[in-house]
Design a protein around this ligand. Structure first.
Ligand code: NBP
Length: 491
């Protein structure tokens, strides 16, 4: 090993995430070598933020690699997409078999599947890791969700678990699974984040339009909620946002244009749910709610011509606010249950061994969806790692039953008042569908067979010689069609 090889860890990408993560790694006793495409940023970083820390710089990829102990542990924190592939290509001439390349950007999991295979063919161990928690997380403890080539894990576990956030003394980082599993789990995390945020905005809207409360009053409600079952980072920041006044003494929130942006991870989750045929309805609604919000000009025109009811609150306000807390809690349980249904299906479809208690633990601290609630999910999956659905766990089963009356009150009143609650409503719709032994899909099957000869199966208890159990049956509903059935299709 060259005597230049002083660094335990190398990081490429000196933007906000990279700089903060380097300092976090250095604070935990590791020597880090830093590199960036725009090389001038390396010296600037060394002379400022990195000064006095066990951080060295490199001015070329070759120098960067020569400063790393073997096996080299190299992390990329650059813009997702082509820059990751470009850096991998530029590293290849300077790394050797057994070295580890980690992509910590927000990469789409199929890219990580591809990179794991591509680099394994060259003897390089690839890791695609989800990193959550933004700037502060990177600096003081992110949630880390690594997946890829498992042979890399023993070599990076120590560093990753040292720098990750801790929850009750446990690191919010564990091995997720093969190929792009780490980035997949990060994608679902982001989807759930979309859902949590949408639910919070609906609660705010109901308090504002339904009960006529001011931002400061709503802030007090969120403060109280943050001491109970909803205790979480997103409830906490919402409280602070509601209390943030502009120079004129009014809430800045009410001046912000109501047109939401998105970067795509919620959409990826919803698309994947459709691909896998999983009813992840709440994340889907959360994405569509952002799309609807962005049609601002069209909504202004519609508001002038499309009539609806006005909120007309009667009754006990405190009781209704408690019901709203329950509606938020119950909907959140549904959203996480749906998220884990998706993860479970992905594990089957992509043949990944995904560890559900570890995933819940990784989300408990450091990341945007961190909450007390995730401790209960971790407990549920630790008690029974093969739990079919979160709603079958005793704790969540009781919780959803207790919350139900309040949840139904909120959804029905909002509908009567004309206040949109796509996430609350879809959660309740899912709950009622999931707990229905019989759904009207029999009629759907009959319709499909009527117009397209798509066939149906008979209920086992109604099977007969004419309609044998398990067979694809086509009926000539009109007496005019033929007896040929179409090939069936599945989601
Ligand atoms: P950015 O996503 O803004 O990326 C900036 C870095 O990418 C710089 O080092 C830049 O080099 C490099 N880069 C770019 Br831009 N184009 C490049 C190219 N064509 N070739 C090589 N390098 C290129 O930085 P960030 O916000 O720190 O995020 C880093 C990664 O972490 C991203 O994938 C992001 O999605 C993910 N992430 C971000 C957050 C967050 O809160 N910001 C949270 C979690 C994950 P340059 O200096 O030469 O321009």
């Amino acid at each position: 090993m060259s005597d230049q090889a002083v660094a335990d860890f190398g990081l490429i990408g000196l933007a906000v995430m990279g700089q903060n993560l380097i300092m976090n790694v250095a604070d935990h006793g590791f020597t880090v070598v830093a590199f960036n495409r725009t090389v001038a940023k390396v010296d600037r970083f060394l002379e400022n933020e990195a000064k006095g820390k066990s951080i060295v710089g490199a001015h070329s990829v070759e120098e960067f690699c020569s400063k790393l102990k073997k096996p080299r542990r190299i992390m990329l924190l650059v813009m997702a997409g082509k820059p990751v592939d470009d850096f991998i290509e530029s590293l290849l001439p300077h790394v050797e078999k057994g070295d580890i390349i980690i992509d910590g950007g927000n990469s789409h999991y199929p890219d990580s599947n591809r990179r794991t295979k591509y680099l394994a063919e060259k003897g390089i161990r690839f890791v695609g890791t989800g990193v959550s928690g933004g700037e502060e997380g990177a600096r003081y403890g992110p949630s880390l969700m690594p997946g890829g080539n498992e042979e890399a894990w023993p070599f990076i576990k120590d560093i990753f678990q040292s720098v990750a956030a801790k929850s009750d003394g446990e690191a919010c980082c564990d091995w997720v699974g093969d190929e792009g599993a780490g980035h997949y789990v990060k994608m679902v995390h982001n989807g759930i984040e979309y859902g949590d945020m949408q639910l919070i905005t609906e609660a705010y809207d109901i308090l504002k339009r339904g009960l006529g409360m001011t931002p400061a009053e709503i802030g007090d409600v969120f403060e109280k909620w943050n001491t109970g079952v909803l205790d979480s980072f997103l409830i906490e920041i919402t409280r602070d946002i509601l209390r943030h006044n502009d120079d004129d003494g009014t809430a800045l929130l009410e001046k912000i244009l109501d047109a939401a942006g998105q970067k795509g991870t919620g959409k990826w989750t919803a698309i994947n749910a459709l691909d896998l045929g999983m009813p992840v309805t709440l994340i889907g609604e959360a994405v569509f709610a952002r799309c609807l919000s962005s049609l601002k000009q069209e909504r202004i025109r519609a508001s002038k011509v499309l009539k609806g009811p006005e909120p007309d609150f009667k009754g006990d306000r405190k009781e209704f606010i408690d019901n709203l807390e329950q509606a938020l809690y119950a909907s959140k349980i549904i959203s996480y249950a749906q998220g884990f249904m998706l993860i479970q299906e992905a594990a089957k479809e992509y043949k990944w061994k995904l560890n559900k208690p570890s995933i819940a633990l990784m989300w408990r601290g450091g990341c945007i969806i961190r909450s007390v609630f995730l401790k209960d999910i971790t407990n549920a999956y630790r008690t029974n790692p093969d739990l079919e659905n979160l709603l079958f766990d005793d704790f969540f089963n009781k919780a959803i039953h207790n919350a139900q009356a309040g949840w139904r009150d909120v959804v029905s009143k909002s509908a009567l008042w004309g206040i949109p609650t796509p996430a609350f409503s879809t959660a309740l719709g899912f709950y009622d569908g999931y707990r229905s032994r019989d759904l009207p899909a029999n009629l759907l099957q009959a319709q499909r067979d009527y117009f397209g000869a798509h066939t149906f199966k008979i209920k086992p208890e109604c099977a007969s010689e004419k309609y044998p159990e398990g067979q694809d049956i086509h009926v000539n509903w009109t007496g005019r069609g033929g007896n040929v059935s179409a090939s069936t299709y599945q989601v």
